[in-house]
Write a protein that binds this ligand. Structure first.
Ligand code: HEC
Length: 134
């Protein structure tokens, strides 16, 4: 019995040490409610808004998504889920409201920022900044 438990532990250890960045799972398509898809960006993407968005991004997002959106932040390799690059044409092809939903509501390892970024103006500023990363 003790031996069995021990070999199980060895197995688990061996398995977990094999789990590397290559084993990250793709999150797959996002199921975004129509209400969000239809949302219009309420803030013009001018220099002031982009710069406000960049500050928020540096504070809240860079650790995982990386400075230029390549998903290469220091925390990214510790996650089980693969993050797609913000330079990806398919990602950038999504409506502003979809991107808004992805970080305001979140999913699994992508944290919800509805409380930390509570102002609508700040949320759209982040979307405006993310648009400059393409
Ligand atoms: C703890 C790490 C982490 C932080 C911090 C983080 N994200 Fe993410 N983000 C993720 C992960 C993991 C995914 C992929 C989730 C999935 O597909 O289920 C993701 C996905 C996304 C997506 C959808 C694109 C995709 O890969 O599917 C957007 C947009 C996004 N994040 C924006 C943001 C913004 C904006 C911030 C800061 C306000 C932020 N994230 C902070 C980990 C993070």
């Amino acid at each position: 019995m003790i031996l069995k438990g021990f070999s199980l532990m060895v197995c688990l250890f061996a398995f977990s040490s094999f789990a590397s960045a290559q084993d990250q799972k793709e999150g797959g398509a996002w199921n975004v409610p129509a209400k969000y898809k239809a949302m219009k960006n309420a803030v013009k993407g001018d220099a002031a808004s982009v710069s406000a968005g960049k500050n928020l991004y540096t504070k809240h997002c860079k650790s995982c998504h990386g400075g230029t959106g390549l998903a290469d932040g220091p925390k990214s390799s510790t996650l089980k889920t693969k993050i797609i690059s913000f330079k990806d044409a398919k990602f950038q092809g999504q409506a502003d409201g979809v991107i808004y939903y992805q970080f305001v509501i979140g999913r699994d390892e992508m944290p919800a920022f509805d409380k930390k970024i509570a102002e609508e103006e700040d949320r759209w500023a982040l979307v405006n900044f993310i648009r400059t990363l393409k």
